[in-house]
Write a protein that binds this ligand. Sequence first.
Ligand code: XMP
Length: 321
Amino acid sequence: METEEITIDQLESERFIAGQVEEISSAVGNGSAINALSGGVDSSVVTMIAHRSLGDRLRTYFIDTGLMREGEPEYIVSVFQDMGVHVELIDAKKTFFDALRGLTDPEEKRQAITQSFYKDVFGGLVRQTGAKHLLQGTNYTDIEETVAGIKRQHNILAQLGIDPEQRYGYKVIEPLLQLRKSAIRAIGKTLGLPEELYGRPPFPGPALAARVIGEATPERIEIVRAATTILEQELSRSGAFQYLAILHDDRVTGMRDGKRDYGLQIEIRCWESIDAKVASPTRLPYETLEHLADQITLKVPGVVSVTYNVTKKPPSTIEAV
Ligand code: XMP
């Protein structure tokens, strides 16, 4: 079936939401459904629409991978609680850090995270709950990228470790297939999500593991997390498309308290972009960069060097891993 885009100009948010509430309800019937909420715009919107449709027959899980930003799991659970949606927080830190141990290759790290998420944690929850309907926030850009061969064609059921032989009866529901990000943000606003959620900059699925070059240990994730907190506070008003802190693998000589300190390096990136396909570094005021360097070296243990990336995408990419 050909999926037809609903552009932001064509979108009537209330009507779209009512239509999806109806479709989910007729697909699920008297059964129950399950979804994983990441806190990103797409999964947040899907959670709200499906909750409107199914109420307590929807089970929403937030999987704490240990790779999230500071306070993120608790923040997301409480935002949804305030909107009357119960989200179950699953502590899966050990699964993810065990899977990442010893891995330094970017693709192997991504693979370990995908496997831990789908097969080990979410797949287990799907099987435990017995829910036969899965909701996901696949959007129109995802379909385009799959067709163009940019993203691997994936079958969510196979990713969840559900044997195709036995998968009869499972149904994947994707309410956002016809929408691009700007339309999904508009729906989020209509649904009453806080602007903090529907207006969020993109954040990669592998989370902070995509921002640690080399092995993503709990200690190294903690360092990039602390730098991220400082950076997001400073740059959230910049209006930039995306901004991030990266922990490098190699060390450089610095000095602290009059002594030589062979310390860590943090790289800052801040991007102007429309669609992440091409991007250029934001011309941040020098004072902002200086303030970031001061704060990061002061507050993040072991960091002696902060740099700013001035390379465009391409040849750079937005993330470093
Ligand atoms: P790159 O680094 O390829 O990123 O220029 C383009 C956009 O995609 C995000 N990104 C990811 N998102 N899983 C994701 O869900 C990933 O592995 C991943 N890698 C990059 C990135 O943050 C940017 O917005």
